[in-house]
Write a protein that binds this ligand. Structure first.
Ligand code: SF4
Ligand code: SF4
Length: 263
């Protein structure tokens, strides 16, 4: 789903406080900072064979010119998401071409958002979600998100699933973007990752590595060699936390502060 319209009309600079990027500025500290293994969940396909006849179609990149101008991290995140979306699209077409698999996921199908117990979310992604919810949602949707966040307890399913749809779809994390299932729709309560892993899309390594590579400058990792080491060893996955366990109350405070500043 593309979000092309420039909606912002404020001069305020957004400061993300849900996560503190300073904690991640030293790449050495990435290792072992969080006791959660996202690596398994976001493990790329090792063998990548893309037949020449399958064309790479660049996914549409979301565009928020005003916000990207004032917040450099947003550029990184949107580039990352575009790269992942391109790789996912290619991966889906590859599976169809090579193994005749048909994508089961479709709009309104969302039981995976409830079933998954641990959806990895990375600090930069949290900043993106915070910005999007705080500054880019309004009306009834904003009200419903706020209510959902208020009710949310650690361990509950993702609070952004509303009326069977992702309310932060343009800013959904990489893990959500990549999770696609073939052949048949998941049954209620089924986690296809465990019940039929052969039907779950494995993202192409080049694309998933690139997607994470785009985000590394946010964590202070700009040296090319260091970036490659982090990506190859999977150290960046140590920064992820399960989406369901986040303290979303901070986000409510930010939403309220934003609303107050507009009145
Ligand atoms: S992963 Fe399963 S539940 Fe989720 S959208 Fe795809 S088919 Fe539906
Ligand atoms: S962020 Fe969106 S896609 Fe991801 S689990 Fe939550 S509702 Fe589902």
């Amino acid at each position: 789903m593309a979000e092309k319209k420039e909606e912002n009309n404020t001069e305020e600079v957004f400061h993300a406080e849900v996560v503190n990027p300073d904690e991640f500025l030293n790449p050495e500290e990435i290792v072992g900072s969080v006791n959660f293994n996202a690596e398994e969940i976001l493990k790329p396909e090792e063998i990548e064979v893309v037949p020449e006849e399958i064309e790479v179609v660049e996914a549409e990149r979301l565009s928020f010119p005003y916000d990207e101008e004032r917040m450099n991290w947003l550029k990184l995140l949107l580039d990352s998401y575009q790269r992942m979306d391109t790789g996912v699209d290619l991966g889906i077409r590859l599976e169809a071409e090579k193994r005749g698999k048909k994508l089961a996921c479709h709009k309104g199908c969302s039981s995976c958002c409830i079933t998954h117990g641990e959806i990895p979310v990375y600090p930069l992604e949290l900043v993106g979600i915070t910005w999007y919810v705080t500054e880019k949602t309004g009306g009834e949707k904003r009200k419903k998100i706020r209510e959902s966040l208020e009710k949310h307890q650690p361990g509950d399913p993702c609070p952004f699933l509303l009326d069977h749809e992702c309310s932060i779809h343009p800013m959904r994390p990489l893990a959500c973007r990549q999770f696609n299932v073939f052949n048949k729709v998941c049954e209620e309560g089924e986690d296809a990752y465990y019940t039929r892993p052969e039907d779950v899309l494995r993202p192409l390594k080049t694309y998933i590595q690139d997607a994470f590579n785009f985000t590394l400058p946010f964590y202070g990792v700009t040296d090319e060699e260091q970036r490659l080491i982090i990506l190859e060893t999977g150290k960046h996955h140590k920064m992820a936390q399960p989406m369901q366990n986040m303290n979303w109350k901070t986000l409510i405070e930010k939403m309220d502060a934003w609303d107050l500043s507009k009145n």
